[in-house]
Design a protein around this ligand. Structure first.
Ligand code: ADP
Ligand code: MG
Length: 647
């Protein structure tokens, strides 16, 4: 006995109180090789019976025994397997999946069992030959006639070599000639030893069967053998298809579906990519700026040296005018203060220096050409030969000038004798010096402040000549490792001192940038949330649109997990594409922004690293998949019988 049902009753809930009894206690037994016609008026319960037999409907009372095993007792996983491997469903309305080719429609049940493509195709070809469709493999369902569609559906039902074929009015939508052809094929199936149960209204179809069961109002009213019984032994089935839908196959299936709605999916991915672009750009600007700051600082000063200045009491260092900060470094250090600085942890050497900034009283004169500069400073470890872009370090009687100052003269000042005019403590100082070299890049952020370096001794003797006194107002602290520098900088700030002018400028600059970063991250966060919602909605719509397809997939044995996987795969694909678009747009933006900042400052403001791109891609995929979980779960929960009834 292959299939046996015992006191089967089934009622549909109409609303909260009322129930409609569709089956009222049915007893039936079916054997291998039987071909049974189930007849009865419309609404008598035929489809209800088929759904229970096929394991699609679990909500019934009574027993359904397959090879002696009660379907009620099966775990969900086992019931899925029963549908996948033991039962083949054929519907009146074919229920082919429209975006899949004939071949894919047939092999989908094998794909659900993770059987390799080669084997799938081989088996599909065999079966297509059986149903006479071997030359239609590549067509989509809507390119086939009704009879051809039903043959595809039969092929699909046969692909996993089930023992039971359930056909619910398989010829109901076909003309009589096509019906006859379809019936021939179904008869052949029964001859192979399978149990075939056909619901039909057609006398002709019923006559072809060897047993007729008539059902009325949920009860069997007739059960008779038609012609000589043809119980045939079926060959032993090999236990195959143990595995389940692989994630790669799910991706493949999703890809085929998404291709059908390409525009929609690309638009969603585009929308979702905005957030990803913001994330990547945000990270990359931070990166570019940090690189720029370190480079600029190192270009001007020795990275192992920390400049210390006293806070000025007379000028307001909080104003945005950089000039007021410049004026800060004028208060001299006392000997006690210098001794104190020498005690700071990790400081290896202390150097006194003098620096002064002025916007009108400093100049350098070459012949008739006289140009102003803004900052005068004595040499220290702060400036090394690394910082010199042309020429040499100045010896006594020589000076070093910034490249941008040199640029202002008609010819290069290197090696030339110039007159240096400065002012200290209200006294004018003048001296003749040879320019030994240049430092700094011409067009960098710092280049609007022109600096002249000279040796401390030279400045002192100029001052003595003019009757002025030079007191050190800048102290340089040297250390031996770059990793110790930040600690020293922090300590001197705690002690109430300030860093170099450049550092103070950069601090301001960094502050501005962090505001920008906040804005960018807000944009990124908002757009990520928006894209998550967008993906959720689109996938939700996709689930609704594909309800029938989900029903079909479940009927041929897809587990909840498989359905979930198909939609998660779809979310994954959207995430992948939007991530890639995000990276592409970020790179284009980077090229555009850097083109501008290069023109202005010779600097790359946005520096995208592979890690940021990968991070963006990862974020995109994770968000999409998370957003896809809910619609996927929704799809997985759909009731197969109801889904199939959906038009
Ligand atoms: P048949 O296939 O023989 O035409 P069905 O098995 O589809 O009949 O339906 C049997 C009875 O159950 C019908 O009266 C039908 O109206 C009712 N029925 C079927 N599905 C539902 C449902 N989901 N909710 C309520 N009643 C249903
Ligand atoms: Mg029906």
């Amino acid at each position: 006995m292959l299939l046996k049902i015992n006191q089967l009753t089934k009622s549909y809930k109409i609303n909260r109180e009322e129930k409609f009894p569709a089956l009222k206690g049915v007893d039936l037994e079916f054997n291998k090789g039987e071909m049974i016609a189930v007849i009865g008026e419309s609404g008598s319960g035929k489809s209800t019976l088929m759904n229970v037999l096929g394991g699609l409907d679990k909500d019934y009372q009574g027993k359904v025994l397959f090879k002696g095993k009660d379907l009620k007792g099966l775990k969900e996983k086992e019931l899925d397997k029963y549908r996948k491997n033991q039962v083949g469903f054929i519907f009146q309305s074919f229920n082919l999946i429209p975006h899949l080719s004939v071949l894919d429609n047939i092999t989908i049940a094998m794909t659900l069992s993770n059987i390799g493509k080669e084997e799938r195709t081989k088996r599909a070809k065999e079966i297509l030959k059986e149903v006479g469709l071997e030359d239609q493999m590549k067509k989509k369902p809507n390119q086939l006639s009704g009879g051809q569609k039903q043959r595809v559906a039969i092929a699909r039902a046969l692909i996993n070599d089930p023992e039971i074929i359930l056909a619910d009015e398989p010829t109901g939508s076909l003309d009589s000639e096509t019906s006859a052809q379809i019936m021939k094929i179904i008869e052949k199936i029964a001859d192979q030893g399978k149990l075939v149960i056909i619901v039909t209204h057609s006398e002709r179809v019923a006559k072809n069967c060897n047993r007729i069961v008539e059902i009325a109002d949920g009860l069997i009213i007739k059960d008779q053998k038609n012609n000589d019984s043809r119980v045939l032994p079926s060959e032993k089935k090999s236990e195959k298809g143990k595995q389940n839908l692989s994630f790669m196959s799910a991706i493949g299936l999703s890809f085929k579906n998404m291709r059908e709605k390409l525009t929609r999916n690309i638009l969603v991915a585009l929308g979702a990519s905005i957030g990803i672009t913001s994330v990547i750009i945000m990270l990359s600007i931070g990166n570019g700026v940090e690189k720029y700051i370190t480079n600029t600082m190192n270009e001007f000063v020795n990275p192992l040296v920390v400049e210390v200045n006293k806070k000025s009491q007379t000028t307001d260092t909080t104003t945005q005018n950089p000039g007021s900060i410049m004026m800060a470094a004028t208060t001299p250090f006392t000997d006690e203060e210098i001794a104190e600085l020498a005690q700071v942890k990790d400081v290896k050497e202390v150097e006194k220096a003098y620096a002064k900034t002025s916007y009108n009283s400093f100049s350098i004169q070459l012949g008739e050409e006289k140009k102003a500069f803004q900052s005068l400073a004595t040499l220290s470890k702060n400036v090394t030969s690394e910082n010199i872009t042309e020429g040499d370090m100045p010896k006594a009687g020589e000076i070093l000038i910034s490249a941008s100052l040199n640029e202002q003269y008609a010819e290069s000042l290197i090696g030339q004798e110039v007159i240096l005019n400065t002012e200290v403590g209200g006294k004018k100082l003048e001296g003749t010096y040879v320019v030994s070299g240049l430092f700094g890049e011409i067009s960098s952020m710092m280049s609007n402040i022109n600096i002249v370096y000279l040796n401390y001794g030279d400045l002192e003797s100029m001052a003595v000549e003019a009757g002025a006194v030079i007191e050190p107002n800048t102290v340089y602290l040297s250390t031996d490792k770059e990793s110790k520098v930040q600690g020293i900088k922090d300590t001197i700030k705690e002690m109430g001192y300030e860093g170099s002018i450049q550092e103070q400028l950069l601090e301001m600059f960094t502050e501005m940038l962090s505001v920008m970063t906040y804005i960018l991250s807000a944009i990124a966060a908002i757009s990520l949330v928006v894209s998550a919602i967008m993906i959720l909605v689109v996938l939700y719509i996709s689930v609704v649109e594909r309800t029938k397809e989900i029903g079909v997939l479940k009927a041929i044995g897809a587990r909840r997990k498989d359905i979930k996987r198909i939609f998660v795969a779809e979310a994954f694909l959207i995430g992948l594409v939007s991530g890639l678009i995000g990276i592409l747009v970020a790179v284009l933006l980077m090229l555009g922004i850097n083109f501008l900042t290069n023109k202005l400052y010779e600097v790359d403001l946005v520096v995208i690293s592979v890690y940021y791109a990968l991070f963006g891609l990862g974020v995109s995929i994770v968000i999409s998949v998370l957003a896809g979980l809910y619609p996927a779960a929704k799809g997985a929960r759909l009731d197969p019988v109801e889904s199939l009834r959906r038009e």
